[in-house]
Ligand binder design. Structure first.
Ligand code: FE
Ligand code: FE
Length: 263
């Protein structure tokens, strides 16, 4: 009886993940990306980092079913693991904030895939739009649903153009990257690169898209690989205390304008 219940739950989760990836493959294209930029990159909402994390407690990522953990804990665990390995302070801060672009759900809607119910425009592995989608992607059977399915490997881009010049599927990576750029946060380019491409598993895990790499990408890629080691969810229990808060508040002051950002 218990076993059966567990199995049924598992199936439901699996189906929700599948459905999210199917819809992403179906709807993510250059036109949609452009529309989302116009709609969500308005930067007319002021919010503190504290409020962002509070709102994110209500957001459960469909594509990460193991996590019922609030995003603040996931961020803190990632940051602490990075700190324990004596990585630089900006890398620790990236650990803390890398997923806060999911805050998009607050002003999102089902139709855009940017709501609690429909998350295909916020979460999940990303892919490059306007060129062939590699078969090494999760659920490759959905590739034929995409309007860029017929494209060549380079698609609309020039070889060696660099990842900064391509358009990735819209989600929390690109959104947070644009927010940090708009707010002129003094983060090193490595930090911005990790934030922008951490969901592009095709690139940093499957080694696809090499055709687009330029000198910057060759220099930066290892940071994505390094970051991914820490972006895991099975870390030991962590009790956030005032000392930790004080520590990260300092980094937020240094790199995030004191934590008050325009979204
Ligand atoms: Fe993420
Ligand atoms: Fe994460």
């Amino acid at each position: 009886m218990e076993e059966e219940k567990k199995f049924r739950n598992y199936n439901t989760v699996e189906e929700r993940i599948r459905d999210t990836y199917r819809k992403a493959r179906n709807n993510q294209n250059l036109e949609y990306h452009q529309l989302m930029c116009e709609k969500y990159l308005t930067f007319n909402r002021k919010m503190s980092l504290k409020d962002v994390f509070e709102h994110l407690e209500h957001f459960v990522d469909i594509s990460d079913p193991d996590i019922t953990l609030p995003n603040y804990y996931h961020g803190l665990q990632t940051a602490e693991a990075i700190k324990n390995d004596t990585h630089p302070d900006w890398f620790q801060l990236v650990g803390l904030i890398h997923d806060i672009g999911k805050i998009m759900f607050l002003w999102g809607c089902d139709e855009d895939g940017t709501s609690l119910k429909e998350q295909w425009g916020i979460v999940g592995d990303t892919f490059i739009l306007g060129c062939k989608i590699p078969d090494s992607i999760v659920f490759p059977e959905f590739n034929s649903l995409n309007t860029h399915f017929e494209h060549s490997e380079k698609g609309i881009y020039e070889p060696g153009c660099g990842l900064d010049a391509v358009k990735c599927s819209w989600g929390h990576d690109e959104y947070l990257y644009q927010v940090l750029i708009h707010n002129k946060c003094p983060l090193p380019e490595e930090a911005l690169y990790i934030i922008r491409f951490h969901s592009l598993y095709l690139f940093h895990k499957e080694n696809e898209y090499e055709i687009f790499m330029n000198e910057k990408d060759k220099k930066m890629k290892h940071w994505l690989v390094e970051f991914n080691k820490y972006d895991l969810y099975t870390k030991s229990e962590l009790k956030p205390d005032s000392k930790l808060k004080e520590y990260y508040d300092k980094l937020v002051d240094k790199y995030l304008n004191g934590g008050l950002l325009m979204f």
